[in-house]
Design a protein around this ligand. Structure first.
Ligand SMILES: O=P(O)(O)O[C@H]1O[C@H](CO)[C@@H](O)[C@H]1O
Ligand SMILES: O=c1cc[nH]c(=O)[nH]1
Length: 291
C-alpha cells in the first residue's frame, strides 16, 4: 500500500517530518530521554559521535559507547510527543521512503527510556532507581489505536478500585519487554509499576491553586494491589512507549530516576546527580555483553 504524502511526511532532505532523521542515521538501540539537555548528558560518555540534529524538542545524537552504536533522542514531555517519536522511529526502519510502502522484513528496535519520576510509596525514597515492569496510561493515547491492549483485566481492576466518574479516563496497561527488564535489573534497582499521567499537576494529584478532582487519587493508587503487584511511581511517557512498542513490534523498557517522593512530600536535593547515576548504570548494563 502506497502511503500518501500527507500521512508519511518526508522533508526535502529525505528526513522524517518531526525528528529530522534519515533512515541510515538511526541505531537499532535507542535511548529516549524527556529533556533535550539530557541527550548530551548521555552522549558525553560516548567514545565517538556521528552527528547531532535538533528540531523542536526532538534532539538526536547517534554515536558509540563501548563499541555499541546507540541513538539518544529527546522526546520532550508527554505521550502526545511519544506518539510522534515512536511512529517516526518505526517509519525510519519499517517503511521504504523511496516507494512509500511498508517493508516486508521488519526491524525490531530496542528502546530504553531514562526519565525522572515521582514515587508514591513511602518505602521508595528519592535517589532510587526504578525499572517499570508495567506502564498504566491515564492519558488516553492508546485508545486511538486498535484494542489489543495487553492487560485488560489489570486495567479493569484498577478502574474499579479508583471508583472514578465515567467522565474520567479509562486506564490502559502494557508490559515492558521481559528480556530488557531482565538485562537491566539488579539489586541496585527497584522493580515497579508506573502510572503515566496526562499532566504534572492535577493529573498527578498535585495541588497548587487548583484542587484535583480526586484528592485521594495517589493514596488509592498506592493501596491498589493486583495479584501482589503494587503501583510505585508517576511520570508522563512510559505507558505510551510500552503500548506503541507492543503494537509496532519493538522492545522497550523505562528506567526511572526517583526524584520526588509524593507519599512523604520529599524532593531530591540533587536530581541531576540521580539522573547521571542512572545514565551510567543503564549504559553499562546495555553494553555488558558488547565486545
Ligand atoms: O525527566 P523526563 O524524562 O522528562 O520525565 C519526567 O519529567 C517530566 C516532568 O517534569 C515528564 O516528562 C516526566 O515523565
Ligand atoms: O513527580 C514527578 C517527578 C518527575 N516527573 C513527574 O512526572 N513527576
Amino acid at each position: 500500500m502506497w502511503i500518501a504524502e500527507s500521512e508519511l511526511i518526508i522533508n526535502p532532505d529525505g528526513s522524517i517530518y518531526h525528528l529530522n532523521l534519515k533512515p541510515e542515521q538511526l541505531a537499532e538501540t535507542i535511548i529516549t530521554v524527556g529533556d533535550p539537555d539530557r541527550v548530551a548528558k548521555v552522549t558525553d560518555l560516548f567514545d565517538s559521535i556521528e552527528f547531532t540534529v535538533q528540531k523542536r524538542e526532538f534532539k538526536t545524537t547517534t554515536g558509540s559507547f563501548k563499541g555499541k552504536r546507540i541513538t539518544v533522542i529527546s522526546t520532550g514531555i508527554g505521550t502526545d510527543n511519544i506518539d510522534i517519536v515512536f511512529n517516526e522511529l518505526d517509519a525510519l526502519v519499517n517503511i521504504d521512503f523511496e516507494t512509500r510502502t511498508i517493508k516486508e522484513k521488519k526491524t525490531s528496535l530496542q528502546i530504553i527510556r531514562i526519565g525522572t519520576s515521582g514515587s508514591i510509596q513511602a518505602s521508595i525514597p528519592v535517589g532510587s532507581f526504578l525499572i517499570s515492569e508495567y506502564g498504566i496510561g491515564f492519558d488516553g493515547l492508546m485508545h486511538f489505536y486498535d484494542k489489543k491492549h495487553q492487560e485488560l483485566e489489570f486495567s479493569k481492576a484498577l478502574k474499579d478500585h479508583l471508583q472514578w466518574d465515567t467522565h474520567m479516563t479509562v486506564p490502559y496497561t502494557y508490559k515492558a519487554d521481559p528480556e530488557l527488564v531482565n538485562q537491566l535489573s539488579s539489586d541496585e534497582i527497584v522493580n515497579g509499576i508506573t502510572v503515566t499521567n496526562a499532566g504534572f499537576y492535577g493529573p498527578q494529584g498535585r495541588q497548587l491553586r487548583l484542587q484535583p478532582t480526586d484528592p485521594k487519587m495517589n493514596d488509592k493508587l498506592a493501596s491498589f494491589n493486583y495479584n501482589g503487584k503494587q503501583i510505585t511511581n508517576l511520570e508522563m511517557e512510559t505507558a505510551a512507549n510500552y503500548g506503541l512498542a507492543f503494537l509496532l513490534g519493538h522492545k522497550t523498557v523505562s528506567m526511572n530516576a526517583i526524584i520526588a517522593n509524593r507519599a512523604i512530600g520529599d524532593f531530591s536535593p540533587d536530581p541531576y546527580a540521580v539522573v547521571k547515576n542512572l545514565i551510567e548504570y543503564t549504559l553499562n548494563k546495555i553494553t555488558a555483553d558488547s565486545k
